[in-house]
Design a protein around this ligand. Structure first.
Ligand SMILES: [Zn+2]
Length: 275
């Protein structure tokens, strides 16, 4: 496997702003999807960067690396350059985007393979870093990005070896991330996401700390009661699915509007949407 050096192909910032260098050690690798469907002209790494720079006026595109649907891995920025993808966390986060819209489709086998290879390659370069999905970064739990099962991705990345590729393909059901059952006594980033989501939906679980205690259980029960679900205080597929559906609805009303735009690159017309 190899990385294609795309640094000279990334559009230049029209305002000529200097690339910002990291002053902090990279703590996490953040996985995104491009939120445009595979097979469209604009569904590739360089088009996403071009959209960010030329259409949205950002000083850099969002991601250091991109994996296209044919499994090619492209690098648009040096690892020590800060790119715009997770707000306040850009300084110590490295972004990877997979071309595609995983709310409605799945990464290709080539993309999965390239992703696991790249994650392992980066871990060997960067040492101990976390691997998270965009929606797992604090403040982004509302964002359906990358709409993939991150627990399974972390497991597969840990089990990956280039010679013998055994990959359990992450499941995705109708755009809802599959999550394990969450119940009292659990401690995990998924619990934290659940707490944030319950709070957002008005069922107060206290300060999101990733620990499923009495308050979280009460909030889950309150949510289940309000949603006419079995009231058992356990967040399983039904409860998590309902939360997801309500957040999506809420999102439509309150989230900043996603802009889609058309632009031309190399004589071709692309339509893409903000990620
Ligand atoms: Zn994202």
């Amino acid at each position: 496997m190899q990385i294609i050096d795309a640094r000279s192909l990334v559009p230049k910032d029209k305002k000529g702003r200097e690339l910002r260098k990291r002053t902090k050690k990279i703590k996490r690798i953040v996985i995104h999807h491009g939120a445009t469907k595979q097979g469209l002209d604009g569904t590739n790494y360089l088009s996403y960067l071009s959209f960010h720079i030329n259409n949205l006026g950002w000083s850099t595109g969002g991601y250091t690396f991109g994996i296209n649907d044919d499994g090619s891995i492209l690098q648009g920025y040096d690892i020590d350059v800060i790119t715009n993808h997770v707000g306040n966390y850009n300084g110590d986060s490295l972004g990877i985007v997979l071309a595609g819209d995983f709310r409605v489709e799945e990464p290709t086998p080539e993309q999965w393979n390239a992703l696991y290879w790249l994650l392992n390659h980066l871990k060997s370069l960067l040492g101990d870093v976390e691997i998270v999905g965009h929606s797992e970064v604090p403040g982004y739990s509302w964002k359906p990005c990358p709409s993939l099962d991150m627990n399974q991705i972390r497991r597969n990345a840990a089990n990956y070896s280039e010679k013998e590729i055994k990959i359990e393909v992450p499941k995705q059901i109708g755009g809802v991330q599959t999550m394990s059952l969450l119940k009292r006594g659990d401690k995990s980033p998924d619990v934290k996401t659940l707490q944030e989501n319950l709070n957002t939906l008005g069922h107060q679980s206290g300060t999101p700390d990733g620990i499923f205690g009495a308050k979280t259980e009460a909030a889950v029960k309150s949510f289940q009661r309000a949603s006419n679900l079995t009231v058992d205080g356990i967040a399983g597929p039904q409860t998590l699915g309902k939360i997801d559906a309500l957040l999506k609805q809420k999102n439509k009303v309150t989230a900043p509007k996603k802009e889609s735009a058309t632009f031309t690159l190399g004589g071709r017309k692309y339509t893409i949407q903000e990620v």
